[in-house]
Design a protein. Structure first.
Length: 358
């Protein structure tokens, strides 16, 4: 498996924002994907960048400080990848958040860390932590809520294309990811109830014009919310997420031989609060939005985007969405998971912008 992970270094998740030579240096000392060993190898590179960032701040060089804090954050992101499911990776995620916060001091427009009260069940957290960025010079712009999947968190959202179009962005974590107050479950979409309420009460964004964008596993929640909370949103995007077939035992077994180089099913199980792959295989069919009876219900405007050769979640799930319920928009791209091409993000951002300005 270490060879599969090493094979992703060429500008692929989670290495797309790291220096290849530094990644190779970290890999040179690795003998396995043991969580502590992995976190230590990449965390050491992050520490070097953090030290250079502090030195740059000390000499009054904000541009270099920002670059180095971002590099430190990106290497701690690799260190905790795919999820902070061990003590070493949990510590790496804490450092990742700290380095991101240091880098964010230099962002324009700035990042506001918002803490939205969450009234959950026993054992769940008390708040939704999110990052808000509002474009300068725009009075109450529409709001895009953006989240990733089991391995890509709010700190990792690349929101600049939305900001450039005058849209505000709230980056948050899906259930079972990052700092989310609850794990995934059959009704974990309740995470968003206080978030939608918060948006309506916020004075500097238009909480009545909201789009949601979910990437990878996060696309599942975007699709579900498009059906269960359609009155709260103008548009939704499922970018590479599962719907039905992905939760079958045959697909789960097949995905283990696909392109994902880390512990895919183990990480899915962790995100849904389950004990391991066997529990996930038994539980997953209940997550099917088809079996839950949602797909033929009215839904918000929904864009389906993925790669036609995705081995993580099947393109058949997006085709299924097109065969049920109200008409939807779709754009399928060449390649694997999420269909990442130079045209993919502009396609999504342009569609969201148009829907929010109708």
């Amino acid at each position: 498996m270490i060879d599969r992970a090493h094979g992703r270094v060429a500008n692929r998740n989670p290495f797309e924002f790291t220096d290849a030579a530094e990644v190779e240096r970290a890999f040179a000392g690795l003998r396995s994907l043991d969580p502590a060993e992995w976190a230590a190898a990449f965390g050491a590179v992050a520490t070097e960048h953090a030290e250079r960032a502090r030195a740059a701040e000390g000499r009054g060089d904000p541009a270099t400080a920002k670059t180095e804090w971002l590099a430190a954050y990106n290497f701690e992101r690799v260190a905790r990848y795919p999820a902070p499911s061990s003590p070493a990776k949990a510590a790496a995620y804490a450092r990742e958040r700290a380095h991101y916060a240091n880098a964010a001091r230099f962002f324009d427009p700035p990042v506001e860390i918002v803490r939205i009260p969450f009234r959950g069940r026993p054992g769940e957290g008390a708040e939704v932590v999110a990052h808000l960025r509002v474009p300068r010079g725009r009075a109450r712009p529409p709001l895009v809520m953006h989240w990733g999947g089991i391995d890509s968190y709010k700190e990792d959202r690349r929101v600049e294309p939305y900001l450039e179009r005058g849209l505000a962005v709230l980056a948050l974590d899906m259930p079972g990811a990052g700092e989310a107050p609850l794990r995934g479950s059959l009704d974990a979409e309740r995470l968003w109830d206080p978030v939608f309420d918060w948006a309506v009460g916020r004075g500097d964004v238009d909480g009545t014009r909201v789009a949601i964008v979910g990437g990878s596993t996060g696309g599942y929640w975007a699709t579900k919310l498009a059906h269960t909370h359609r009155e709260r949103i103008r548009a939704a995007v499922n970018h590479g997420g599962p719907v039905h077939e992905a939760f079958t035992e045959r697909w789960i077994e097949r995905s283990q031989r696909g392109d994902y180089p880390f512990e895919l099913v183990e990480t899915l199980a962790w995100a849904f609060g389950l004990g391991g792959p066997e529990e996930y295989v038994a539980f997953a069919p209940r997550l099917s939005l088809l079996e839950q009876g949602l797909l033929d219900r009215p839904c918000a405007a929904l864009l389906c985007v993925n790669g036609v050769d995705d081995t993580v979640f099947p393109i058949a799930d997006h085709e299924l969405l097109l065969r049920h319920g109200e008409p939807k928009a779709a754009r399928f791209f060449p390649g694997g998971h999420m269909g990442n091409t130079p045209q993919t993000t502009p396609t999504i951002v342009g569609w969201v912008d148009r829907e929010l300005r109708r």
